[in-house]
Write a protein that binds this ligand. Structure first.
Ligand SMILES: Cc1cc2nc3c(=O)[nH]c(=O)nc-3n(C[C@H](O)[C@H](O)[C@H](O)COP(=O)(O)OP(=O)(O)OC[C@H]3O[C@@H](n4cnc5c(N)ncnc54)[C@H](O)[C@@H]3O)c2cc1C
Length: 405
């Protein structure tokens, strides 16, 4: 019997004008479109995506979510973000496969324990459920974890945060796109924005591979390409695209029921519902626009995985892929709007952590675009922070990741 496939959302011809045009059909673009149409009552909106929905980082990430960030404002934003997932699953009527299994970040030195204790105190102050646990308690959560003193970075403890977990990234992006479409948003795939039209510091529209569109509001959510989109109208931002790689092993018997990460080993690990171990973290050091994979990364992950989880010895990698991370020097996003150019909004530099924040930031971006007033939670991410030398503090020392340093 032939199965009749139903489209997730209808296709429309490109209109000659929209009330708002969102560039980029990733999690940030689709979430902004969804909340603009659902919460802010703007219906005449287009999402313009040059490839297909979820082609960028949003369809390539390992979908780990957590709320235990460093800074107070970021903590509150991500706490709200975590709480949004179950609500979104119901609202979108789409199984986002939210597995709230918890998140364990390992410490391997006295210095990291000190830093983790500060993180835990800040997180608890913001009402984020997390605590510092010792090495034995880490092993209670992950019985396969090695506590050997003979490995490169012996485990000393960790931050355990029960609200963290993983989702299914494709489900999230398709659910949001379908949700936006059901509220009237036009989703245009295979259309590239090639220019942003500005007259007298005011947005007039965009030029695309399929013609011009008039609009008073443009929202850039182009992931690694956002920096080039901003440059189209002369805005230079300190964002550098770097490749991140991720991979999965063959399916194994379930043995890991939380998201495990280690800064010293430069690794994060989850076990999918199918039993595969999904792992990644290694980032290319030099800025580039490729999403190539390398044997160096495979070797690194294999060595680190088998040191931390010796039961992984002999497991085979099945697939490896790469994606781009758009990094700012302080490892925090850059969000601004309606500044030098009326009607121009920017949401980018989400690096390797922008999946977890997609829906909650989309909700606040929608409010920002509809009201032209920056929501309190987004104020800290202004691009003006660089000129004022006020980094966000999400990373203790500004990262040396670009040639501007
Ligand atoms: C391997 C990997 C693992 C990751 N793991 C995690 C994780 O575990 N947790 C987490 O929170 N984050 C993770 N991330 C980061 C996360 O995926 C990204 O931060 C997030 O997806 C960025 O979403 P976005 O919507 O801003 O951009 P994208 O998803 O990159 O979407 C941007 C879209 O814009 C389109 N576009 C660009 N230019 C144009 C143009 N001119 N015209 C039209 N369309 C255009 C692109 O085709 C693209 O589809 C990971 C990323 C990678 C690569």
């Amino acid at each position: 019997m032939a199965i009749k496939l139903k489209r997730m959302w209808p296709e429309y011809n490109l209109n000659s004008s929209y009330d708002a045009v969102i560039i980029g059909g990733g999690i940030h673009g689709c979430a902004t479109a969804y909340y603009l149409a659902k919460d802010q009552g703007m219906k005449n909106i287009a999402v313009i995506e040059k490839n297909c929905i979820g082609y960028g980082g949003s369809g390539r990430n390992t979908a780990i979510v957590r709320a235990n960030q460093r800074t107070q404002s970021n903590l509150r934003l991500h706490k709200e973000g975590i709480e949004l997932w179950p609500q979104l699953t119901c609202e979108l009527d789409f199984n986002l496969m939210f597995n709230q299994s918890g998140h364990l970040s390992l410490a391997h030195s006295e210095a990291t324990i000190g830093a983790f204790r500060i993180n835990v105190s800040s997180a608890q102050l913001s009402g984020v459920d997390c605590k510092f646990i010792d090495a034995e308690e880490c092993r209670e959560l992950v019985p396969a974890l090695s506590l050997s003193r003979d490995i490169t970075h012996p485990v000393c403890g960790g931050i355990y945060s029960p609200p963290g977990g993983v989702l299914r990234h494709d489900a999230v992006i398709w659910g949001l796109a379908r949700g936006a479409s059901s509220h009237g948003v036009h989703i245009h795939q295979g259309v590239e924005v090639t220019g942003i039209d500005v007259v007298d510091h005011k947005i007039q529209g965009v030029t695309t591979s399929k013609g011009k569109i008039k609009t008073p509001k443009v929202i850039v959510a182009g992931g690694a390409y956002s920096v080039q989109l901003a440059e189209m109208i002369g805005i230079k931002l300190p964002i550098h695209p770097l490749t991140i790689q991720a991979m999965v092993t063959q399916p194994l018997k379930p043995f890991l029921n939380l998201a495990l990460s280690s800064g010293a080993y430069d690794i994060y690990i989850t076990q999918t519902l199918k039993g595969e171990i999904a792992t990644g973290a290694h980032m290319d050091e030099a800025p580039n626009f490729t999403s190539s994979v390398t044997s160096i990364c495979l070797k690194h992950q294999a060595q680190m995985l088998t040191e931390l989880l010796p039961c992984m010895k002999g497991a085979r990698f099945m697939r490896i892929w790469g994606g781009l991370a758009d990094m700012a020097p302080d490892m925090a996003p850059i969000i601004f709007g309606n500044d030098e150019i009326e009607g121009f909004f920017f949401n980018g530099a989400w690096g390797y952590y922008g999946f977890k924040s997609g829906p909650i930031v989309g909700k606040y971006m929608a409010q920002f675009v509809a009201t032209d007033v920056t929501p309190h939670h987004l104020e800290q991410f202004t691009n003006k922070r660089f000129a004022r030398f006020r980094y966000t503090g999400e990373r203790a020392v500004p990262a040396q990741i670009g040639p501007w340093n």
